[in-house]
Every structure is written in C-alpha cells, then in structure tokens.
Design a protein. Sequence first.
Length: 726
Amino acid sequence: MAVFNLMNYDYSSSCPGVSYFDTWSIIKANGIPGSTDFPVNSQNSYVWMSGYDKYYRGMKNRVDQVYAIDVGSPEGLITLKHWIHDHLAYSDIGGVANFQIGSGDMQTPRIPVGQGLEAEGEYIVTAYGPNVGHAMSFVGWNDNVKYDVNGDGWFTNNVDINSDGKVDMRDWEVGAMLVVNSWGSYYNNGKLWVQYRLLAEDLNHGGIWNNAVMVVKPKRTYQPQMTVKTKIRYNQRNRIKIQVGVAASPDAREPEFTMDFPCFAFQGDTLPMQGFYGLGADLIELGLDITPLLDRFPESGQAKIFLDVIQKSPNETGAGRIESFSVMDYSDGTHEYANTGGIMDIHDNAMTSLSVMATAKITRPEILSESLPDAVVGQEYRTQIEADGLVGPFKFTNPKYQYIQSSVNETVTFTGGTTVLPMPDQNYRVMDIPFAFPLYDQTYTQVSVLQDGGIVMGSKVVQYPYEIDHRLPFYQNRGVYPFFSKLWYPSAAYKVTFQASASEVLVRWHAATDQSGNEQLTFAAKLLPDGRIQFFYGDVTYNPGFPWISGVSTGNHTDFTLMDYIHTGLKSNTASGAEKTIWPTWLTLGSTGDLKGTPTAPGQWQLPLELTDGNSLRTSKTLTLKTAGGAGTGTSLNTSSVTLYPNPVTDEVWIQLKNTDAGRITLEIMDLTGKTVLRKNFEVRGVEELLRCGEVAELPQGIYLYRVSGSAFAKGKMVIGSAQPR
C-alpha cells in the first residue's frame, strides 16, 4: 500500500488505482517499506509515509529487474510453471507472476459438482473482459482442472472448440492456473481458477493482456550509500515535484546532473503531504536514495548536492516550504551533511533549491584484465574478463546494445513532409521506409511513428493499458525517442509529419506539453541508412518538472541509452546524435564478462568495456583484441579442457586441466543469485595439471554455479553435499 498510495491520484473518485509498472519503477528507484513501518490494515489509499528511518529501511528492499514471460504457447506455459515452482533456478522457494485483465465482464462459473471433477464447486474464469484495468497474480496450477466450454459434454484439448479452423492452446478445456486476488472472502477467499486457454486468447475473446505475465527479480542484498533526508511542508502535494542534483564544483549555482524519481512528482491529488486533513498533515519527512549520483562525483569524493522542489500551480493556490535538508553518507561509516541555510519558502511556478557539500568514499569496481588472448579466424574464441569490487553483482554492459551520444553539425527545417498524426482513435502510424534501417542487431523496413514523440521499429507497438508515468513504454518498445512523453495537439497547427527518401527518413513533431498549448515544442528525428540517429530541436518550452525521456531503447527493459540533456536540461535550437558502439559482429560479451564468438576475418579491435556494480558505480577500460588468419598463420589457439570432479562434491573438488597455457586460473563459486561465495587463484605450469580445492566442501549444502577463468575457461553447476540436481 505504501507504494500504491504514492501514485494514487484522484481522491474524489474512490481510489482509481495504479499500474504495477509504475509500482515497480518506484521500488526499483527508492524501495518499499515493510509492513511494520507501513501496516496495510491501518492506512487508507492516500496516506504517504512520514519518517526518514522508515524510508531508509525500505530502501534496502529493491527490484532489480522485471521480466515478461510470453505465455501464449505451451512452451511459455511450461516456463511459467517452472517459475512458480522454483524461480527457474532450482530454488526451494517458488515465485508468483502478475498479469493484467479486464475484470468488468469477467465470466466465473463454478466447476460442476457431482461429476468427480477436480476442484468441484470452485470458481473458474472462462473469459475476462476486453477493457484492461486490473491486475492479478498466478500462484499455482493444476493440469487436471476441467471445464466444458462449448457444452458438448466432453473435456478436450484436441478439438477446435472456437471454430477458427485450427487446434491450439486456445481450444484447451483441461488445465488451469490458480489466481489469488484481493477479494477478501469472495470467490473462495480470493482464489480462482483460470483456464490455460485464456493465456493464449486475445482480449476480445476473454484473454489476458499481451498474452504475457510479469515476474520480478529482487536485489538480494542492497545497502544505500548516499541518501537525502528532508522535511517538506506543503498543502497541495500534487503541485510539487522533488529532484536531486550534483555538481563537482563547490561554487556551482545549479547541478550538472539531476536525478528525478517516479514518486513525489506532481502526484497524490490536492491533499496535504501526508494525505489526510488534520493537524500537521502538511509536513512530511522523506528519504530519497541518491546512491546512483555517486557515479557523478569527482575522484576527490567531494561534490555539491542540490535539493530541487519544482512547483506548478496555474492558480497559485499552493503554499509551503522546505524545513530541512541533509545528505546522509553511508559509504564509510555514517555522516550527515546538513544544509544550515534555514527554512526556505517554496515559490509558485518556479524551482526552489537548497544545496550542501558532501563527501563520500568512491570505490569503483575494477576491470582486472589487462590484455586479451589472440583469436584465430574460423575457430571458436572464448575468454573471461576479470572484474572485482566491493559491491556486487557486477554487470558488463552489452556493447551490441550500446549507443553513444554524438554531436550533430547540421540543421533541419521544422516544416514540410506529409501529415500522419494526430488521427482519431489512433496514436501511432505504421510507415514503410525505403531502406533497411539497422538498430541494434536487426534491420527494419517499417517503423511506427508515435504521436508521443518516438519512432518504434516495426509495426507492433506495446501499449500499456494504463500508466501514470508516461515514459514507461520507452523501455518496452525498441526504437528512437527524441522527446517521449504524453503530448497534446490542441489545434490543426499541431501535427506530426513524415518524409522519406533513399538517403534519410525525417519525422517532425509540433506538439504541446499541456492541453491548452501554452507550452509548445518543435523537434525532429532523422534516420540514416548507415544506422546513425539524429535529433533536432527548434523552439522548446516546457515546465521544468514535465516528465519526458530521450534516447535509444532495445525494448527489453534493461538495455537503453539516455541522452545526457534529460538530466541537464534541453535547450532550443540544438541537435544531438546517437551512434552504435563499434564492436565485432561475431563477438558477444555476457553480463558476467564471458567473451566469445568465432572470428570471420583477421583484424584488430579496440573493445570498449563498461562495468557497473551493485551501487550503480561504473568503470571503463579499452582492451585490444587481435584476430589472426586461419591455418598456417603460425598463431595457436588455446583449446584447453577443464573438468571438475566429483560432482556432487563430498569433501573436496579436483580441477583437471588439459592443453592449458602456463599462467593463472581463477575458480569462482557463486550461489544461484550470482553472488560470489568463494574465489581462489591457482598458478598453473601448463599442458596437464590436477589442482585440489578443499575450501569448496566448507560451503553450505546446496546447488551452486562455478566458473573457471584465466588460462582456461569453464562454467557450470555444482552440487555440494547431499542435494541432488533436479
């Protein structure tokens, strides 16, 4: 409820609710309190939690990633079952999966009694409604739950019951998922069966949204390193937005980089800060995790932190002040850096700022590898890039999914082209383009031009049924986005135009960030056949707190490139570009640093590597990779083999090496979350060797991952003790 309440926005309409995508973005950014700090049964739907210590404890409960499982096929259903059973990780604890549906026209008959059927008398969903506006959770399944949908007296999975001329999952009458929902004592204490076939059906035939379920991976351990503690008094909380910035110079008057949050951003209706009317309800004490800002600190460890409160109030009805502001540093003990300037009034339709100097211990992760072994054309190449640091997990950026911001020294006109939007009941247009445009690892001859300031690759646009943060679809759809947000077209003068030739595609937007057109902007995006992306901005006016995003996205929620001016401010009459990182097409880099592929031609590459730790601190290094010709070039390839035994491990493990170069190898043991629990280095003489590691047996019984890197490479699963792999 604590996170739900932060987004709940209409006090007068009895709790309209929020999307779980908005909820997860808040938990990912700032955490979620436990039930002790925010008891569900004692709070209404609009109360905001007050108390820094409560926010600080909640910061440790974080979402790492959100994944979608396509369940519209039998294979997807099997994946969902495995997730519910053991998190797809041989865990003793299973998972839950969330999905969205239309509950208004939901059909829920009872399973007939007296026929010897599984779960007889219990409710089963045979169709959802078409208008999505509710979320539910799958917690289990039963392959033997049956319901006769077509009334022929049989329970079949091999009859075309929907008369579409084919037999597939949408015809299944046998098998159902178990749902738990917040219905109290209704529907068997909130439990329902849902036929498997609805996972594959479209919305107009009773199915679930997007034929997908969403699952969440938490951060197993997380400790915030730097936070903001502030007391803010205000009478209408949806009039203000809170953001935090950083600058390297103590003389800076404004931040060089700002960080906003999906909460405390013009939300919560016209209520006092705590969400109720009463004595002191307009005063709230908040905590904000600003650990990612440490990556913007200079190496001296000292920087100026800004607390910005942006106010927008056309009628100037808001009133309040910032009563205190401190930066809490936990990177080396606990230190508080308090602003001593006193109480600051929050100004109408302006940004009110306070600042304070703060010191932190900046310990970035380290890429240990200094060089890479040579590769040979036509032969498989594999090596491990070594990394270390204080806070894991460590993740290498996939360079195939990386774009870099570039300068653009040309201009465009913001008139011309064919008008394609807006259109009634349509917020995007699918357009053919005259060349194959490369984005990431694919090429496209069709694009979808969005009314809301983006170009999605291909003809399918994933649209959220509802969301409060209009930037969220950026992460879900592969494309390029010059200025993506909810945009308005209040008259015929506002429009989106499209222009294409063999040498370029140019899309122009003339839009507004408000319904009345008081805040207008013109911008454009150009796509070039060689894959370059260019963004152009004409006259740009928007409220400083207006939520928007600009960049390039893979659509996988994980890999994207943001333009730096979304943090520093967008200026009129500017341009910027995005170009793909130069990287061999045959080579892949995994998030854990495994580098592999088969070279197709000789050459030499400068590989840009970027590593991020669990606190969002980054480091980079460039390593040289040489690829020699095939047979007869005189270059040898390391074809070593590595065997670990016994498996399961009883009291020690042996590492058998064959055809190994002299040097060093590292044995790394990780639990199933990827956390390293043992690391040991061995010096090897080369050719053949047998190494012993007795420390492995000291680990708790269970299933682990192992990785051998250095002069030889191997990875796999290892069982320690009596646990048996499943």
